[in-house]
Write a protein that binds this ligand. Structure first.
Ligand code: URA
Length: 238
């Protein structure tokens, strides 16, 4: 059970004081009964709450998949740049969500955004070895030596030795290469630095998979949607 004012405040209907006034004004019904006491206890999962005649959907957590666009930072707030949270509608922003891990400003693709701190922690902890798959375009010819170097574990410019990574070549010719890279870590600029270690440059980077979650290719860059129950379960099973 939770206090009605807390539930409504969490859903973005204002401060407790504002919510109290709202309830007093007769705008709120619980299970078809007009209520006036904002301190009443309700079961938000079971009760039907209406505000101004509209049923509101209660949930504690939201889970969104975004196809992150180029030029936007993976943060909740930034002094200069637009953030992925800025791109969300108000109905989602009230949950105070944050991105799970980070993609570089110029990296596009799958980004999970949630307010579930526990799941976030689990997904970004190096302990859990969550696979992240990136599609990358590289300026030069990627070859089997690179595949083997990734498999052994690349040593970055700061002497950090990466866990073994999987490198799959889709296409490689004098125009450059298209590859898929699977890593389980998330060091700063990791994929770009792994290629720098083999004297190559990433010219385009897109995350296509995160744990059990695949990027929904019908999402245009900058678009997002809630995860389906199936997707959420797959993510939690990681
Ligand atoms: N590796 C990078 O270099 N950049 C990203 O955004 C993600 C992985």
């Amino acid at each position: 059970m939770e206090r009605l004012d807390k539930v409504l405040a969490n859903l973005g209907y204002g401060t407790r004081k504002e919510v109290k006034a709202l309830v007093k004004s007769g705008a709120v019904e619980v299970d078809e009964v007009l209520v006036k006491d904002s301190g009443m206890n309700i079961d938000p999962e079971k009760s039907e709450i209406k505000v101004n005649g509209e049923i509101i959907r209660y949930r504690k957590y939201i889970y969104l998949m975004m196809n992150k666009p180029d030029g936007v930072v993976s943060a909740t707030f930034d002094n200069y740049d637009e953030t992925v949270v800025d791109l969300l509608d108000e109905e989602y922003q009230v949950f105070k969500p944050f991105p799970v891990g980070r993609l570089d400003k110029d990296t596009v693709g799958l980004l999970l955004i949630t307010n579930d701190g526990e799941l976030n922690h689990r997904l970004i902890s190096p302990k859990w070895h969550v696979d992240k798959v990136y599609y990358a375009e590289i300026d030069k010819v990627v070859n089997e030596d690179d595949v083997n170097a990734f498999k052994r574990g690349i040593t970055l410019d700061d002497d950090y030795k990466c866990l073994p990574g999987k490198l799959e070549i889709v296409k490689a010719d004098e125009d450059g290469s298209q590859v898929y890279v699977t890593i389980q870590e998330g060091k700063f600029h990791q994929v770009k630095r792994m290629f720098e270690a083999v004297n190559k440059k990433v010219v385009y980077l897109k995350r296509v998979k995160f744990g059990g979650l695949d990027l929904d290719e019908t999402l245009e860059e900058g678009e997002y949607r809630e995860l389906t129950e199936e997707e959420l379960n797959a993510l939690k099973e990681v």
